[in-house]
Design a protein around this ligand. Structure first.
Ligand code: HT7
Ligand code: ZN
Length: 885
């Protein structure tokens, strides 16, 4: 059993003060020499275990004496450890030095973990357990050491040699070789180590910190991309300034490097002073990147930079604590984007993302708490739950403690734990201690999986002028445990609107007969729901109010309430809380789609009130345009499926389309007006105004395209041809590709001819085709696997074609099972070269219980096919077995 349990955590029994590494780089034959200076930490032990994977061991010596195999060391297997364990025996007491030499082959390493090559350059990815692919090492995050790294390489192919910290020496060697030695003064775990070597050029800039220190900033990329990193540099400077202004966090070295690589399993990596980025999250020009790429790049550059304090200076004790750094850093990057761009748009986007991705995860076979109690493959837990739900927990601390209280808690956390590897409990304690707060049951959010539902009903007493609000929390059963769940602390932000839509003061509030408190004229209060059921009474409410519940999405829960359709329409028009305006529209749309689904007809009969409500939104000249476009994006199919239980996903998808189409029919004139009035040939600018205008224009075009009328298709084609930026070009192309016809085929071909030299734009091209919901699109996807634009070794291309296909409805869920067996074929192939990417593609199986019986059987057959495979990676096998449970 390879399951690792949090309860089995034991501190590492040694301190590793200093690490000296020498890499002699060669594509197939890199030599890694490591010198490790250990000290026994509590009592002296006789042996020490180091972890390694896919290594050729050349030699081991202890205190300068070569050790013989068996006599001095053995290689053993431990089911809880990925790879091999090198056990070194007969240790002397107190302190000792180990020297280990290994050989590795970066050129044939296709996993994108450890040391590998991307576009001919060397780079590393060590989180979570990649360091052990270079040398035997205590590769666990609670071992923090100072690193000195010497890189030796051929100078002509590797003119640039980088690692963490400061450059302390450079040498010209014989045979066309040179070396560079880097030293990082900050102790760090091995997962934050990085090495990069190759032919790279840098865009250089500088940032002066709040205390007047100059930091050299460099973004390294291949020569052909050097003109595309300006936005990333601007984003980095913004992030450095924002972290000082908002949180008082200053950068701590004189150098900060970012390296751009094409082959990368995730988005980016926060290695100390040497961040490595997937090229899709750095490179941007108006012609090649969309608005959402721009905002995303800014956010991820911020995210990795913010890790310098939340992750690097204070790190995780073990991988169960992953959300300690990731949830907190996602919260910080969300706030960064909110402060720099539109707070209301960002909040809605984040809620949309959470509902579309994290809620299904919580309801599926891989459900796990934000701090999982166990795992088989840690890579599978870099999940929406750990990241995005983790960020929502951090936001709940802030909601409960207030902005100032939260800042005090964070300051105390840094003061207490700088330089340490700690746990989510340590974070919780700092927050509570700094505020003298009792947040009992808040910590359960780290320990219990599943999306809670808060059921809320209200009663207004005309005579007493009181409003009684009853809330009940329900915690669903989840796949990870059969244990009963405890009620959690749920902050529910509440406001009231009168019948004309005006905010009402909340008066005095009491709970279950307790003394009433005066809320002091506020219009929003945060109710602390912490028992299964609670009742709150508001006094002095002059007329029957409409409840604005969960303002700002104050907790990651689902709300069931007794509000009427009229109430929701009033909220949609007047609520001062933008999230609630948007959410009211979501609920109205959901009801309409489910009605169409129940009717089962190809066409949705929309009620006049529904159409009118949306007509008002579309015509609102005062509202933020981006916000209008968000109101016009209906709940995703995965959210709808959660409402209705096991059913045919293609029928729900069809009902959603039918409602969109009927609304487009009803509002055709208005949509056309919006489309036309928001077309512009102005030069591209990434500002709220431009982003909002383009988003709304493309949303209107999407509705019009759903009608599949020649005149609208021509409009989309014109917008595609005339676009002076990628947002509009690809947006219009997506609209055209709603239909498989002459126009869309020609546009796709023209797009390819225009962009065939640009791999990132080609990812868009692949994704659009993979996601076409037209019949028999699988044939096209199969053909694209053999297209020169595709590359089975490049994670971005795999995600754009294969993963994107697995998220479609008509074709992935085809009733003949062809979509499922296609994905299974792909997983089997990918698992041999890159298990992390293979397991990302396996995630489409985890929602199988959401679907009808026939599809569940078809999916189960494919899972069994995977389970039978010999040598399936731990990553894929964990998901397969959890799905089959
Ligand atoms: N902390 C980074 C995680 C990451 C990663 C994890 C597993 C395998 C590959 C990976 N690449 C990067 C990214 C982050 O900042 O969240
Ligand atoms: Zn992160």
């Amino acid at each position: 059993d390879r399951t690792v349990h949090l309860k089995d955590y034991a501190p590492y029994p040694f301190l590793l003060h200093d690490v000296f590494l020498t890499f002699e780089l060669h594509p197939e034959n890199t030599r890694v020499e490591s010198r490790l200076q250990f000290e026994h930490s509590t009592k002296d032990r006789d042996s020490i275990d180091l972890y390694g994977e896919a290594l050729e061991l050349v030699s081991v010596s202890l205190n300068g004496k070569a050790l013989a195999a068996e006599e001095g060391y053995v290689i053993v297997k431990d089911s809880k450890v990925v790879g091999d364990v090198l056990r070194i025996k007969h240790l002397p007491p107190q302190t000792f030095t180990l020297e280990i030499v290994t050989k590795i082959s970066p050129a044939t390493n296709t996993t994108c973990e450890g040391l590998y090559q991307s576009s001919g350059n060397f780079c590393t990815q060590c989180e979570a357990e990649g360091f052990r692919r270079m040398t035997f090492f205590p590769d666990r995050p609670d071992v923090m050491s100072k690193y000195t790294t010497r890189i030796v390489a051929d100078k002509s192919t590797n003119p640039v040699l980088l690692s963490n910290g400061n450059l302390i020496a450079q040498e010209e060697l014989g045979d066309g070789k040179h070396s560079a030695t880097w030293q990082d003064p900050f102790p760090k775990p091995s997962y934050l180590f990085a090495l990069v070597a190759g032919k790279l050029v840098a865009l250089e800039d500088a940032f002066t910190t709040c205390s007047g220190k100059k930091v050299d900033l460099k973004i390294w990329t291949t020569d052909k991309n050097k003109d595309k990193v300006g936005w990333a540099m601007e984003s980095l400077k913004r992030a450095m300034k924002w972290d000082e202004d908002r949180w008082g966090r200053e950068y701590d070295l004189n150098i900060f490097n970012i390296v751009v690589v094409d082959d990368f399993n995730m988005g980016a990596m926060e290695n100390k002073s040497l961040n490595v980025f997937n090229s899709r999250l750095v490179l941007a020009t108006p012609e090649t990147a969309t608005d959402s790429d721009y905002i995303h790049i800014q956010g991820v550059i911020g995210h990795e930079y913010f890790h310098n304090w939340t992750g690097n200076r204070v790190t995780c004790r073990d991988w169960f604590q992953l959300s300690l750094k990731e949830g907190l850093t996602v919260f910080r990057d969300q706030e960064f984007t909110s402060d720099l761009n539109s707070r209301l748009v960002k909040r809605i986007e984040d809620v949309q993302f959470l509902r579309q991705n994290q809620y299904p995860e919580d309801a599926g076979a891989m459900a796990h708490p934000v701090r999982p109690p166990s795992y088989e493959a840690i890579d599978n837990f870099y999940s929406c739950t750990v990241y995005e739900k983790g960020a929502e927990i951090i936001r709940m601390y802030e909601t409960l403690l207030g902005k100032e209280g939260f800042r005090k808690g964070l300051d105390l956390y840094f003061e207490r734990h700088d330089g340490q590897a700690v746990t989510c409990d340590d974070f919780y304690r700092a927050m509570m201690d700094a505020n003298g707060y009792d947040g009992r049951n808040l910590f359960l959010w780290y320990q219990q999986a599943g999306t809670p539902t808060v059921e809320l009903s209200s009663q207004y007493d005309e005579d007493k002028k009181t409003l009684t609000v009853r809330m009940e929390q329900q915690l669903p059963a989840t796949a990870d445990t059969s244990e009963e769940k405890q009620p959690m602390l749920i902050p529910v932000a509440l406001g009231l609107l009168d019948s004309s839509g005006k905010e009402m003061a909340l008066g005095r509030m009491s709970e279950d007969g307790a003394e009433a408190v005066d809320l002091g004229g506020v219009t929003t209060t945060v109710i602390r729901l912490m028992r299964k059921q609670q009742t709150f009474v508001f006094e002095g409410i002059p007329s029957r109010p409409v409840l604005s519940i969960l303002r700002g999405f104050s907790a990651p829960v689902k709300i069931r309430s007794d509000r009427t359709e009229q109430d929701l329409m009033l909220l949609l028009s007047y609520d001062s809380d933008a999230y609630n305006r948007w959410d009211s529209a979501q609920t109205l749309a959901k009801e309409e789609i489910l009605k169409a689904w129940r009717a089962g007809a190809g066409k949705a009969e929309l009620r006049a009130e529904f159409i009118d409500a949306f007509r008002k939104v579309v015509a609102d000249k005062n509202a933020d345009k981006h916000f209008i476009s968000q109101v016009l994006s209906f709940p995703s199919v995965s959210e709808l499926l959660e409402e209705v239980g096991s059913t045919d996903p293609t029928a729900v998808f069809a009902a959603r389309n039918a409602v969109e189409k009927s609304l487009a029919e009803a509002l055709e004139r208005e949509m056309l007006e919006v489309f036309t009035s928001n077309r512009s040939s102005e030069a591209y600018k990434v500002d709220n105004e431009g982003i909002g205008r383009r988003a709304l224009m493309l949303t209107a075009l999407r509705f019009l395209s759903s009608l599949n009328k020649p005149e609208h298709n021509e409009r989309a084609l014109k917008a595609f041809k005339e676009a002076n930026n990628m947002t509009e070009q690809v947006g219009a192309l997506r609209c055209l590709c709603k239909n498989d016809n002459e126009l869309s085929r020609k546009a796709l071909e023209d797009f390819y001819q225009q962009w065939k030299h640009d791999d990132l734009v080609l990812c868009q091209w692949l994704r659009i085709q993979a996601q076409m919901e037209t019949p028999n699109n699988l044939d096209k996807v199969r053909r694209l696997l053999d297209h020169e634009a595709f590359d089975l070794k490049n994670p971005n291309k795999i995600y754009s074609l294969i993963l994107a296909f697995s998220r479609t409805y008509t074709n992935f869920h085809a009733i003949d099972g062809s979509g499922y067996s296609f994905i299974t074929d792909c997983i089997l192939k990918l698992d041999k070269s890159n298990p992390q990417v293979a397991s990302a593609c396996t995630e489409c199986f985890t929602s199988l219980r959401m679907y009808d019986d026939v599809r569940q059987q078809l999916l189960t057959a494919q899972l069994q096919r995977l389970a039978k495979e010999e040598n399936l990676s731990g990553n894929v096998s964990e998901i397969v077995h959890k799905c089959l449970k």
